[in-house]
Design a protein around this ligand. Sequence first.
Ligand code: ADP
Length: 138
Amino acid sequence: MAEHVFIILKPDALERGLVGVLLSRLENKGYLIERLEMTRLDPFRLRKLYAHIADKPFYSDVESYMTSGPVVTGALSGFRVGKGVRQIVGATDPLRAAPGSIRGDYGRAWEDGNMRNLIHASDSPENAEREISLWFGA
Ligand code: ADP
């Protein structure tokens, strides 16, 4: 069975006109876009996605960031796609993400005291299936 990954192009990716660039990076590696949808995130579903950080002091900023505008959600497939996409995405903090990664090349953070890192990608095959069914119901 093909492995999947769930991605969200966050509101800053859309505001900055980077949707095409970011999807190209993932497609160029050879991953297949299976689902893609422009939508808005609601705080309830976001909290399920981010249960592991919901009690952090910065969560209220994450919630207002992620619900501040439209996002693009998607599911990609490919051989070891989860590990591969996380590598292309880079470390959480854009100031620490390696050059060449999406967050390292395009992410901007802390200018206004907040982290803006453009893209979410599930961190394990189990979470990918959970997140894909949370969003796409399949
Ligand atoms: P990742 O997105 O790299 O898997 P996490 O799951 O730890 O990282 O965090 C989820 C999201 O929460 C991050 O992508 C980022 O948008 C936000 N976040 C994480 N840590 C912080 C922080 N210290 N300050 C502000 N926002 C953060």
